[in-house]
Write a protein that binds this ligand. Structure first.
Ligand SMILES: NC(=O)c1ccc[n+]([C@@H]2O[C@H](COP(=O)([O-])OP(=O)(O)OC[C@H]3O[C@@H](n4cnc5c(N)ncnc54)[C@H](OP(=O)(O)O)[C@@H]3O)[C@@H](O)[C@H]2O)c1
Length: 230
C-alpha cells in the first residue's frame, strides 16, 4: 500500500494501522524530507509486523515531474500498489483579497493535482488498484470564510473521486473519498489556532475508517464521499 503525507497526522496513523497488519507486505510512505518524517519511519519500522517492509520516499508533491518519476520508481521497485491513500494536504488560509495566486496554485498542486498524478501515473505504469482512498474534507462540502483555496481544492477532490469511481470500476478498483471533520493535527492548528485539540477527533479515528475500507466489511461501504466527524 502507498500513503502520501505519512510523516504525521492522519497519514502517519493510517500507515501505522496498515504496517501492523499480517496481510500487508509493503508500506510505501511519501512526505517531504524532515526530522519528523525520519522519526515517523523509525517508529513505523519498529511497530510493523515482521512480514511488513516500510519504504520512505522523500518528495514535495507540488513537484509534478517529481511525482511522475516517483510513481514509476515505486511501481518498478515494489510492484503493484493495491491500496493507495492520497492523504497529503496543504492549506494557507487567507481572505480572498489577500490570496497570492502562487499559493492557490500550490494548494491545488498538493491537494488535487498530486493525487490525480499519482493515480494516472500508476495507471500508465499498468497498475491495478484494488482500492483508492482520497482524503477530501468537510471544507469541500461547505465553504468557510478564509478557506477559499483549501475548500475549492477539496471540493474538486470529492468530484474527481466520483468520476474515478465510475471510470475505474471496470478494473475492479473501488474508489472512496473521505471527508473528515475537525481532527487534531498540525493542519487543523493552522486553520483553527485557538481550538483545544483534545476536544476534537484524533488522527487515529480517521485512520480506523480508512483502514476499514480495505477490509471485507469495507467492500460493502458504498460511498464516494464518506463524512467522518464527531
Ligand atoms: N485535520 C483536519 O481537521 C482535517 C479535516 C479534513 C481533512 N483533512 C485532510 O486530511 C489530510 C491529512 O492532513 P492532517 O490533518 O493529518 O495534516 P498534517 O498532520 O498537517 O499532515 C499533512 C501531511 O501532508 C504532507 N504534506 C503536506 N504538504 C506536502 C507536500 N508539498 N509534499 C509532500 N507531503 C506534503 C505532510 O508532510 P510534510 O509536511 O512532512 O512533507 C504531512 O505528512 C489532508 O488532506 C487534510 O486536508 C484534515
Amino acid at each position: 500500500m502507498l500513503v502520501t503525507g505519512a510523516s504525521r497526522g492522519i497519514g502517519l496513523a493510517t500507515a501505522e494501522r496498515f504496517a501492523r497488519r499480517d496481510d500487508v507486505e509493503q508500506v510505501v510512505l511519501v512526505a517531504r524530507d524532515s526530522p519528523a518524517f525520519d522519526a515517523a519511519v523509525a517508529h513505523l519500522t519498529e511497530v510493523a509486523s515482521p512480514a511488513v517492509k516500510v519504504w520512505p520516499y522523500r518528495l514535495d508533491l507540488a513537484d509534478r515531474a517529481g511525482v511522475l518519476e516517483l510513481v514509476d520508481q515505486v511501481h518498478a521497485t515494489h510492484g503493484n500498489v493495491d491500496v493507495l491513500v492520497n492523504n497529503a494536504g496543504y492549506t494557507k488560509p487567507e481572505p480572498v483579497h489577500q490570496i497570492d495566486f502562487a499559493e492557490f496554485e500550490r494548494t491545488m498542486a498538493v491537494n488535487l493535482y498530486a493525487p490525480f498524478s499519482v493515480i494516472q501515473g500508476l495507471l500508465h505504469a499498468g497498475n491495478r488498484f484494488s482500492l483508492i482512498v482520497n482524503i477530501a474534507s468537510t471544507a469541500g462540502l461547505h465553504g468557510r470564510s478564509g478557506w477559499l483555496t483549501y475548500s475549492a481544492s477539496k471540493a474538486a477532490v470529492i468530484n474527481m473521486s466520483e468520476v474515478l469511481r465510475e471510470e475505474l470500476a471496470i478494473y475492479g478498483t473501488r474508489v472512496a473519498c473521505i471527508s473528515p471533520g475537525r481532527t487534531a493535527t498540525d493542519l487543523r492548528r493552522t486553520l483553527a489556532p485557538e481550538e483545544d485539540p483534545t476536544t476534537i477527533m484524533q488522527p487515529e479515528d480517521v485512520a480506523a475508517v480508512i483502514e476499514m475500507l480495505s477490509t471485507d466489511v469495507g467492500r460493502f461501504v458504498d460511498s464516494t464521499n464518506l463524512v467522518v466527524r464527531q
